[in-house]
Write a protein that binds this ligand. Structure first.
Ligand code: DQA
Length: 143
């Protein structure tokens, strides 16, 4: 069984990107944490990052009918607040979607208060740093 962990724009810069907000953990560190959690449960973690909206849409479509897929954890980053295309792609899925953010966007600038992922998500973990990804994976494993 497989869990897709999708990461949106600028998350490849974690560790060097606004560390006061996002911390010093790199995306590679987060990937390692996720892989360890998946391995413990005997699940494959397919961990991806793109700066391009269409690539994220392509990847969601790619797994949409994969019988091994049990769920998707997504940190859509800035596309969270703008992308109807990602919202629509997530609606194609027949598995649960978990929305994750390192920071808590609802306590930041007003333009981060809207999430186009939230209406499609069965759970949201925000403001918990990398731990949110692990809670997302646990949520999918327990459902
Ligand atoms: C983020 C929050 C978004 O508002 C922002 O655009 C990001 C990262 C987070 O993980 O806290 O790039 O998704």
């Amino acid at each position: 069984k497989k869990i897709l962990v999708l990461n949106g724009p600028n998350l490849n810069m974690l560790g060097r990107r606004e560390p006061d907000i996002y911390g010093t953990t790199t995306l590679g560190d987060i990937e390692a944490l996720c892989r360890a959690a998946g391995a413990k449960a005997g699940h494959e973690i397919d961990f991806r990052q793109s700066n391009h909206e269409g690539v994220l849409v392509d990847w969601i479509q790619e797994v949409a009918h994969d019988p091994d897929l049990v769920g998707v954890v997504i940190n859509a980053a800035a596309y969270t607040h703008t992308s109807v295309a990602i919202h629509d792609a997530l609606k194609i899925l027949h598995v649960p979607v978990v929305e994750v953010h390192l920071s808590d966007p609802s306590t930041r600038e007003p333009f981060r208060h809207i999430s186009y992922v939230e209406p499609v998500a069965s759970a949201v973990f925000k403001g918990m740093g990398p731990q949110g990804y692990l809670l997302g994976i646990e949520h999918l494993l327990s459902n």
